[in-house]
Design a protein around this ligand. Structure first.
Ligand code: ADP
Ligand code: ZN
Length: 736
């Protein structure tokens, strides 16, 4: 036999695969997609994935051998490898980094951890079942009458066709010992098995306009696989997804249903579980290791039933079989972009590639589509499908703009609330309906300033002001915190808090409405997903009257009883020095407003602003998406921004600003030579120092299509020359 070699992908930031020799006893076994253990460096062991088997001896003196093979079935499919390869290439990172993002650590352990590794086929989610042994016959039941519990258990099992999950068979924990006795008597035995796939429940009835959407979705030509479903909030987009998932599953196709944030899954899971039972797989980063491994194992089973995965962006990495449909809900949401660490991928765009690679269809859904997607839809690249009405008797809320300056002049403003807002809250409370207050800033105040020397209290490690949280000053960038003192550290002057964060709104509101039950939902008050679920449920059960929150409450939530929504400060949304700020503010205001009056009574949205005449504010208020879209397109065409180019952002950072500046000069020269006037920078970001490291940015505007590909290849080339620069260089393709 000639020697065989395997290229192994490891979850490390290496440039490519490493090649190992396949020892003779493994030659028949090692194949693409399998998990193997290999030695690296002096003696440390790593787990990796086989990407290719070949007989080309690499040009090293010593070639190490694969030490062992873990599974008998592939952990990774060809289709997964294909997608990962694309991600690494497009987002300019290594395939190892993609692998690391794709697989939880315990699937690819290294060092000592390798001893704990489990075969994927031993990780399947199993349930313990009970059944009668052959020694049991129904006539024996009478002999148990005296042992009440044993009798009840046996009776229950008999009534359920002689097979039940143990958890269903036991009515309380005292039943446990009774069952044990029955097992000891050799009347009942237990066995473990994968749960039986649920029968899918009937599909919901759709309205006429929803049926029209389904017809359009299903009659799209083969070459136009991507549809943008632009439907106002509450129009029933989710019902349409459910209909389409239903059809795919019954045709034995997998479905991927992406959501931007795990927070959104809480209400969706119960909605989907009712219909799809255990054919629904949930995937996000907060699952336990065991659940993750079980879910992954279930998906990699050969000849399994078709499944629907509801997940956040990392669900893109799972092993799909016969993928029929990818749904990207709230496709405009910037949480779809991973910013740190690499791969800095955009889940919506990656989902479209995944679907394309597998000939699956895509539905992008949003009430406020991204400019990019809407542009693609109106220019004919995607299908545009619209739903303009809410479902049933629900109508869109009325929107009121409330001028902060006028209210102040008239003495009608109190602790951040215009009078019209407090009146509306009082009125809503009197009807026992709920109120949602949106403020995009957490903490108590936005910043703290000295009355005497005017110095804003700053983080010592970042170039940013500190935010007051109850009695601590906290840095939102690095987490630094100090106890709040009333006096300025520099001049001992009196300190003053400025601006309203969610915490302060809560405090002020308690003063005005002491009887109202208030719940605050932001990343300070919600430490984990269980906190969040508990809070959402308390709102659903009407145990809260007022919900105060940041963007976390703007997404996809479907509350029956929220009738008033207040946007506390619209202006802060518009004043971002980013070409997307108008689009973002529009989306945020429409999304938050969309939580109002989703069932019975018409809702009310009040927007507090100092610019009630500003065109962008007016458009967000009236929901004139087309006008906003057309204006934005004109601007972006003139100033060359997406969708009229693609952006690549380079961020250089180093703790020593001199070292950094030297590197910046070289990078600037190289970039200007290559991209001429299509490179912006060096620019200093607003927060130009984070964790004691200085940051400088460049923004490259590459062409669309083939020319863009050439530019990207050239960029990769010059970047090789920067490896000897001592600074860290972060590449972000399509930054958001
Ligand atoms: P969207 O996702 O567009 O915001 P949803 O799908 O959440 O809208 O629908 C809004 C509300 O209307 C939900 O409570 C949903 O259950 C209800 N609804 C929508 N379509 C139907 C339907 N065909 N039958 C019954 N209820 C529906
Ligand atoms: Zn800091």
């Amino acid at each position: 036999m000639g020697n065989l070699y395997a290229d192994i992908l490891l979850p490390l930031a290496l440039k490519g695969c490493l090649t190992f020799e396949i020892p003779e006893h493994l030659e028949q076994i090692v194949s693409r997609g399998l998990r193997v253990v290999v030695p690296l460096g002096k003696s440390r062991l790593y787990t990796g994935v086989v990407v290719e088997v070949h007989n080309r001896r690499p040009n090293f003196r010593v070639i190490k051998q694969i030490q062992s093979v873990i599974d008998t079935i592939p952990l990774v499919s060809d289709s997964q490898l294909r997608l990962w390869h694309w991600i690494a290439d497009y987002y300019m990172c290594t395939e190892g980094e993609v692998l690391k993002a794709a697989m939880s650590k315990d699937l690819l352990p290294s060092g000592e951890e390798i001893h704990k590794i489990k075969r994927i086929s031993d990780s399947l989610p199993e349930i313990v079942y009970c059944k009668f042994t052959d020694s049991f016959s129904p006539s024996l039941l009478e002999s148990l009458v005296r042992a009440k519990r044993q009798y009840a258990i046996a009776k229950r099992l008999l009534d359920n066709d002689n097979c039940m999950a143990m958890s269903d068979l036991l009515s309380d924990k005292n039943d446990k010992s009774a069952l044990k006795t029955l097992i000891d008597k050799n009347l009942i035995e237990i066995f473990r098995q994968m749960p039986v796939a649920t029968e899918i429940a009937a599909m919901p009835q759709l309205s006429e306009s929803q049926i029209a959407v389904i017809e359009k979705l299903e009659s799209t030509p083969e070459n136009k696989n991507c549809s943008l479903l632009y439907g106002v909030s509450g129009s029933g987009k989710t019902e349409i997804y459910i209909n389409q998932i239903h059809k795919c599953l019954s045709q034995n196709q997998d479905v991927l249903y992406l959501i931007p944030e795990i927070a959104m899954s809480v209400q969706l899971i119960s909605r989907l579980e009712k219909i799809f039972g255990n054919r629904l797989i949930v995937w996000h980063s907060y699952l336990t290791k065991t659940t993750k491994r079980q879910n992954y194992a279930r998906m990699s089973l050969l000849n399994r039933e078709s499944l629907v995965v509801l997940g956040t962006r990392s669900a893109l990495f799972l092993p799909y079989v016969n993928l029929g449909l990818v749904i990207v809900d709230e496709e405009h949401d910037s949480s779809y972009k991973q910013t740190e660490p690499a791969p800095r991928f955009h889940a919506r765009d990656t989902a479209i590639v995944l679907a394309h690679q597998n000939s699956a269809r895509v539905i992008l859904g949003s009430a406020t589509p991204s400019i990019e997607s809407f542009y693609n839809a109106t220019s004919g690249k995607y299908n545009l499908i619209e739903l303009t009405e809410r479902f049933g008797q629900s109508v869109l809320p009325r929107v009121i703009l409330s001028d902060i300056r006028v209210a102040t002049q008239r003495g009608e403003r109190n602790s951040g609330f215009n009078k019209i807002v407090t009146d509306q809250i009082a009125e809503t409370l009197s009807r026992n309906a709920q109120i949602l207050l949106f403020q995009n800033r957490r903490g108590y105040s936005s910043y703290v300033v000295c009355k005497n020397c005017n110095k804003v209290q700053q983080c010592p490690h970042c170039n940013v002001s500190l935010t007051l949280h109850s009695n601590q000053l906290v840095c939102h960038y690095c987490g630094y915190s100090v106890p709040f003192q009333d006096r300025c550290a520099e001049c001992n002057g009196e300190l003053q808090t400025k601006g309203f964060g969610t915490e302060r709104i809560e405090v002020e509101l308690e003063k005005i409405f002491p009887q109202a039950r208030i719940v605050r939902i932001d990343s300070d008050s919600v430490r984990n997903i269980n906190d969040y679920i508990a809070k959402i449920n308390s709102v659903t059960r009407a145990e809260a009257d007022v919900i105060i929150g940041t963007q976390i409450i703007s997404k996809g939530l479907d509350f029956n009883n929220v009738e008033t929504v207040v946007i506390m400060n619209a202006d802060s949304l518009f004043y971002n020095p980013d070409f997307r700020s108008t689009e973002r503010a529009f989306q945020m205001i429409r999304q938050v407003g969309g939580r109002a009056g989703r069932r019975y009574n018409q809702g009310t949205v009040i927007i507090q602003t100092v610019n009630p005449d500003n065109t962008s504010v007016l458009r967000a208020a009236s929901g004139d998406y087309y006008a906003m879209f057309c204006d934005e397109c004109k601007q972006r065409q003139v100033f060359v921004y997406p969708p009229f180019c693609r952006l690549i952002r380079l961020t250089l950072n180093h703790s020593d600003s001199e070292v950094l500046n030297n590197a910046v000069q070289q990078v600037e020269n190289d970039l200007k030579e290559l991209f001429k006037d299509r490179v912006l920078g060096p620019e200093y970001p607003i927060v130009d120092k984070i964790r004691d490291r200085h940051n400088v940015m460049f923004l490259i505007k590459t062409h669309l299509g083939k020319d863009g590909l050439i530019q990207r290849a050239n960029l990769k080339n010059i970047m090789c020359g920067w490896e000897r620069l001592k600074v860290r260089i972060i590449v972000d393709v399509d930054p958001v």
